[in-house]
Design a protein around this ligand. Structure first.
Ligand SMILES: [Zn+2]
Length: 346
C-alpha cells in the first residue's frame, strides 16, 4: 500500500492571497487518498540547516531561515512566511522518514509536501532564472542526496512537472550518481527558460541529464511516445531508487501552463514506475509533490497514484487527449534531436 508522510507543518507555509501555491493543495492531495493510503507522520527529527546543506549553500539556507522571523519575499514569486520554517522542518523530516521507509522495503512513498522544490538551486535561483518559482528548498535533490548518503549507488529523478526543474538539473549536472530526466513544456514558452535537449550534463555527469521539452498543447498520444526512451534509459541505468518530482501542472486544466495532458499520462508514468519495481529494475519510488494548481487534478491524480501503487491496472478517470497535427510537427523535430544526441549514451 502507498505510504504517505503528512505533517501539519506543510500547511503553515503561507502565501499572500490569490497566490496559486496555497495550503489547500496539500488538503486536495490528502482528500484523494482517502482509504487508499497509509498516512503517517514524520518519524525522525533531522537538523534543517544540516540537511538542506546537503544540496544548498550554507549562506542561502541561513538567509531563508532568518527570513522566517519576519516574513518577506525572496523574489517576486516566492514568499517566506513566519510559518515557512515549520513547513521546511516538516519537509526535511518527511524526506528523512521516506529514506528510512524505502530502506526498510516500502516500495511506494508519497510526500504531498509544500513549498515545492525543483526550481531551487545551490544558491536559490538556478541557471539564471528570473525567480525561484515558489520553491525554497529542493526536496527531490535533498532526498536523492540522503539516499546516496544512506548507501545507494545511483538514484534517478524523474521530473514530470510542466516546468523544467532547473534547480535539480543544476545541483546534479556533473554527477553520474543522480540521473535527472525531465519532461516539461518547451522552455521558449514557459518559465524558467531552461531544459533544452542539448543540456546533457558535464564531466562525470555527461549523458546523465535528459531533457524532453514538449511543445505547448502536447497531448497524451505524444506523451506515451516519449515514455519509451525514458523507460529504456532507466532500465539501463538501474537506479537503486526513483524519485519522482510530481507536478500536476502538465494537466490541461492547469491555470499556469499550456500542455494538454490528461491524468491518463500520469497513470502511464505510475504504471511504468510500478513495472520497473516489479521487475527488479529499481528498489522503490518516492513521489515528491512539486507544482499543480487545479485542486481537483491534484485530488484525482493523487487518487490514481494510490490506486496504481496498490496494484490496480485499469483506471479511467477521463478521456485521453490527442495532439493537433500542427503541434506534432514540432514534437517530431524535438524527438529527432533527442535520438541523435542520446543514442551515444543510452
Ligand atoms: Zn510547475
Amino acid at each position: 500500500m502507498l505510504v504517505t508522510v503528512h505533517d501539519e507543518g506543510y500547511l503553515r507555509h503561507e502565501t499572500p492571497s490569490n497566490h496559486p501555491e496555497s495550503p489547500n493543495r496539500v488538503l486536495s492531495a490528502l482528500s484523494g487518498l482517502s482509504g487508499l493510503a497509509k498516512v503517517i507522520k514524520p518519524m525522525v527529527n533531522v537538523d534543517l540547516i544540516e540537511t538542506a546543506g546537503l544540496v544548498h549553500e550554507y549562506h542561502y539556507v541561513e538567509y531563508v531561515t532568518s527570513l522566517c522571523a519576519t516574513g518577506g519575499w525572496l523574489d517576486q514569486d516566492t514568499y517566506v512566511s513566519k510559518g515557512t520554517c515549520d513547513a521546511l522542518n516538516s519537509s526535511v523530516n518527511a524526506l528523512a522518514t521516506a529514506v528510512n521507509l524505502l530502506k526498510s522495503g516500502v516500495r511506494y512513498v508519497y510526500l504531498p509536501l509544500r513549498p515545492p522544490g525543483h526550481h531551487a538551486g545551490f544558491r536559490g535561483r538556478a541557471l539564471m532564472a528570473s525567480t525561484q518559482g515558489f520553491c525554497i528548498l529542493n526536496n527531490a535533490a535533498i532526498i536523492s542526496s540522503l539516499l546516496l548518503k544512506g548507501g545507494a549507488s545511483r538514484v534517478a529523478v524523474l521530473d514530470i512537472d510542466a516546468h523544467h526543474g532547473n534547480g535539480t538539473q543544476e545541483i546534479f549536472y556533473n554527477t553520474s550518481r543522480v540521473f535527472y530526466i525531465s519532461t516539461h513544456q518547451d522552455p521558449r514558452t514557459l518559465y524558467p527558460g531552461t531544459g533544452y535537449v542539448n543540456e546533457t550534463g558535464v564531466g562525470d555527469g555527461e549523458g546523465f541529464n535528459m531533457n524532453i521539452p514538449l511543445p505547448p498543447m502536447t497531448g497524451d498520444d505524444l506523451y506515451k511516445i516519449i515514455l519509451r526512451p525514458i523507460e529504456n534509459a532507466l532500465r539501463e541505468y538501474k537506479p537503486d531508487y526513483v524519485v519522482v518530482s510530481l507536478g500536476f501542472d502538465a494537466h490541461y486544466l492547469d491555470p499556469l501552463t499550456n500542455l494538454n495532458l490528461s491524468l491518463n499520462s500520469y497513470i502511464e508514468v505510475f504504471l511504468m514506475i510500478r513495472r520497473l519495481i516489479n521487475e527488479g529494475v529499481t528498489g522503490g519510488s518516492v513521489y515528491v509533490l512539486e507544482g499543480g494548481y487545479n485542486s481537483d487534478v491534484i485530488k484525482q491524480g493523487s487518487r490514481a497514484l494510490a490506486m496504481v501503487s496498490n496494484g490496480v491496472d485499469s483506471i479511467r478517470i477521463e478521456d485521453p487527449t490527442r495532439t493537433d497535427a500542427g503541434v506534432v510537427k514540432y514534437f517530431n523535430k524535438m524527438i529527432e534531436q533527442h535520438k541523435a544526441l542520446f543514442t551515444q549514451y543510452w
